[in-house]
Design a protein around this ligand. Structure first.
Ligand SMILES: Cc1ncc(COP(=O)(O)O)c(C=O)c1O
Length: 358
């Protein structure tokens, strides 16, 4: 006898990247920032007192939302704070997708999207990306034809790191009939020379929600704090009707606020990651890997055909040397490894191991 809903019984859950217990592991598998949180965050941690824990936190993380609003040049009531970006993904589905209606995704993309759709028992409207990870021109039409009420685009794209331009996103937002979630988990690492900013889309279109997270750009994956930016209507619905009562805790609110208030501290890490991303890409190419141009804090490396055991074998060989990278046993990715950009020392150790193994 099972008590599970039939769709839950049928589904498989999300497979997170390995989180090893002990030290001594070079961890390049879950796209964490290789640098510590800023000093401002660690100072804020010291000031948490018992009273802040005795009481409930602010239900809507108002102080954080005000700081984020100032940073992005929007009103605070167009921002919602969530327990990591992942909670926002779940929230947009439960708020905007009717039971049984489809959710649009591109393939490949973040492997959590299909899991969240399965929990909702929502069919997927899956559109394959081209071989260079660009999106088909009729993406929005395909989603509309399938009746999708919500769709996810991840930008920069995961797992390739490809950055889509704002003009393209604008066309899709205008053409798509449902809510378009642009998942910008890695946007902090985009080269500033590219002038990427999608905030205006949330002003021009009432169907766009941007996802941001403190996990990557602000070195706070352990804190679980993310936020969404969107039109007043979309954000208000989630804030007043569907969000949890207190989704972000008092410590998280205080630390996320300190982090977003220290832009120079975070930006220093983004700049260092960009430099190492260039080096890692160049050296992997020299070793014979195919590497797509990444604007993120990871690279997707295609294994040279001559490597015995392929991507899986290389992943295992690296693991036996205490170096973790990400192998996806899924369509179009089985000959690739996704490698997070680590610190200079970590990247050097990875490259040394690869040279020896290949
Ligand atoms: C594409 C993408 N979106 C969203 C997230 C959510 O991150 P978090 O829940 O840590 O904010 C991740 C985390 O790995 C991600 O890769």
């Amino acid at each position: 006898m099972t008590y599970e809903r039939p769709n839950i019984a049928r589904m498989t859950g999300y497979t997170p990247g390995e989180q090893p217990d002990g030290g001594g592991v070079i961890k390049l598998n879950t796209n964490e920032n290789p640098y510590p949180p800023s000093d401002a965050v660690m100072r804020a941690l010291q000031t948490i007192d018992g009273d802040a824990l005795r009481r409930y936190p602010h239900p809507d993380a108002l102080a954080f939302r005000r700081a984020a609003a100032e940073l992005h040049g929007v009103e605070a009531d167009r921002i919602i704070a969530t327990n990591g970006g992942d909670e926002l993904l779940r929230l947009v589905i439960t708020t905007f997708v009717e039971p049984g209606k489809p959710i649009g995704i591109t393939r490949p993309s973040y492997s959590l999207y299909p899991v969240l759709a399965a929990i909702q028992d929502a069919p997927l409207a899956t559109v394959d990306l081209h071989d260079d990870w660009s999106m088909p021109e009729d993406l929005a039409r395909q989603w509309n034809d399938a009746g999708a009420q919500l769709a996810f685009i991840v930008n920069p794209h995961a797992p390739s790191g490809t950055l889509y331009g704002v003009e393209l996103l604008k066309q899709i937002a205008g053409a798509f009939a449902g809510v378009l979630v642009i998942d910008e988990a890695y946007a902090d690492f985009v080269d500033p020379d590219l002038n990427y900013s999608s905030i205006d889309l949330t002003k021009q279109y009432d169907n766009v929600v941007l996802l941001r997270t403190m996990s990557k750009g602000y070195s706070l994956a352990g804190l679980r704090f993310g936020y969404g930016i969107g039109s007043k209507g979309l954000i208000e619905t989630m804030t007043t009707k569907t969000k949890d009562s207190y989704p972000t805790d008092a410590i998280a609110q205080a630390l996320a606020g300190a982090a977003i208030g220290d832009q120079p501290g975070a930006a220093e890490t983004w700049q260092a990651v960009r430099g190492e991303r260039r080096r890692l890409t160049a050296e992997l190419v020299t070793l014979g890997f195919g590497v797509s141009r990444s604007q993120s804090n990871f690279v997707l490396a295609t294994i040279p055909p001559a490597v015995a055991g392929g991507a899986k074998g290389l992943y295992e060989a690296l693991k036996s040397r205490n170096i973790l990278v990400r192998y996806f046993d899924s369509e179009r990715l089985t000959d690739k490894l996704r490698i997070s950009v680590g610190s200079p020392e970590e990247n050097t150790a990875l490259l040394k191991a690869l040279r020896e193994l290949m």
